[in-house]
Design a protein around this ligand. Sequence first.
Ligand code: PBG
Length: 328
Amino acid sequence: MSEYLGFPIIRPRRLRRTSALRDLIRETKLNRSDLVYPIFVDERAQKPIPIESMPEYFRLPIQYVIKEVRQVIDLNIKALILFGVPFKKDEIGSQAFATDGVIQRTVRELKREFGDRIVIITDVCLCEYTTHGHCGIVKEGEVDNDSTLKILQKVAVSQAQAGVDIVAPSAMMDGQVKAIREALDDSGFNHTSIMAYSAKYASCFYGPFREAAESKPEFGDRKSYQMDYGNSNEALREVELDIREGADIVMVKPALPYLDLIYRVKAKFEVPVAAYNVSGEYAMVKATAQKGWIDEKSAILEILTGIKRAGADLIITYFAKDVGQWLD
Ligand code: PBG
């Protein structure tokens, strides 16, 4: 006769009885090494500039970044992603690939100071650098794919020359990973990795970032290049294409409304999966916490553990420094 395995013999609550027991059997634990800390570098700023829709977050002048990164390293967080706000914008975003551009200068200084103690990731996109705020070259009112690829190649190579570890194309142009891989290899940077923003959705949750990076499109929206949030099979296809084109890490972005995709991408592919806990997700937590409606620390830890549990190997989050202070 088969034994009846259920209540009262089985009692799941036994292992929840004490905090030490719960710790012992916890399946998903957040680590500092899971986290990537974003930094906005503003070429025009003289001092840190608060970002209204991202409470307690600042755009930093280059000379402050070293100090900030020293704090990040002291917290034992080992990766950063940099976004630049240039002094001058133009139609093609030429400051995005200038040798002395804001990001190129910042990367050089950081590498000189910290070397390989920190992993530096840079955003490969044009929206912060173009007058029209789109992520690519605008031709007859449309964002033109193939001419944008040539510019993205220059951006990635200029960042690699500055010494970046990983370039992260986020423009959502078709073929961008292939174009960048080829350009990097042709220029002698076959060791520079690519983290592809593969499944990047057209999302309202980027609103605060666009204030931070001054990258709001002047006309229209990004729906002709970023993905439609009703689709998930399409995201798997985007990921597969990026892996074939040479992506070393793939990303799902935003994180919270797309946990199903993080899960599916992790289950289906063998490459590391990144999730971007974006600016609007940060702002929601901050705003509700400021009102006293949720406990900020608990919310952050629950959210980030949830993103990891869904399958993310690394999480880009504006909360990285906070978490660095809290973990034991
Ligand atoms: C594009 C880029 C964006 C974000 C990261 N890279 C904005 C966009 O696509 O409009 C958003 C990140 C966030 O909201 O935190 N360079």
